[in-house]
Design a protein. Sequence first.
Length: 230
Amino acid sequence: MESHTLMNKQTVVIVEDDSEIAEIVIMYLHAANFLTQWFDDGKGAVEWIRENEPALILLDLDLPTKSGIDVCNEVRAFSDIPIIMTTAKVEEVDRLIGLEIGADDYVCKPYSVKELIARVKVNLRRLTKQPLQSNGLQVNSANFTVSFKDKKIELTAIEFSLFSLLFSNSNRIYSRNQIMDLVYQDYRDVSDRTVDSHIRNLRKKLKELPLEHTLIRSIYGAGYKFDPII
């Protein structure tokens, strides 16, 4: 076990027996302005969580002494803290999706640490934010969805972060550099081309909604903006 900081509400607990994975996750979390507490086994983690009430837990399913399932069940006996399970066991995915063990989310190994950080942020937002709405358009951070009338689309974590930024600041133009700073905050190797690619994918999905105009507009020489429904 290694302590990286004093406790506060933005502390993320990492319960992971692979030290190399843990170190990388810790580095990315720190870059995203989170504090961390690492345990290399489930033993001792539950007691610390009970005493310190961290913001979120990243919990490996397969641990050497006390399994991730046992840790999750014990934590759920006294707390609703968000728990993201990590697993290399494909056969466990259906069980995790069904939330049978009380987890809020899961990722399969090998996973993208960048995607993991995005999931951490979204799960924390679930605690404080209700779905956003604007003239029938609903944006739900609890499940990465955007819906209009009877049609719903699902976005990836990065697509959702990008859409939320533009949606929450209607008519404001964001340059590609601003988007890179605000959306890709965790050491992503990004460029203008990366932003354009995600915008292109996002627009393709948004076309599935029964809308009469494009929600995301390109402003020549400036960047992108959200064009609200009137």
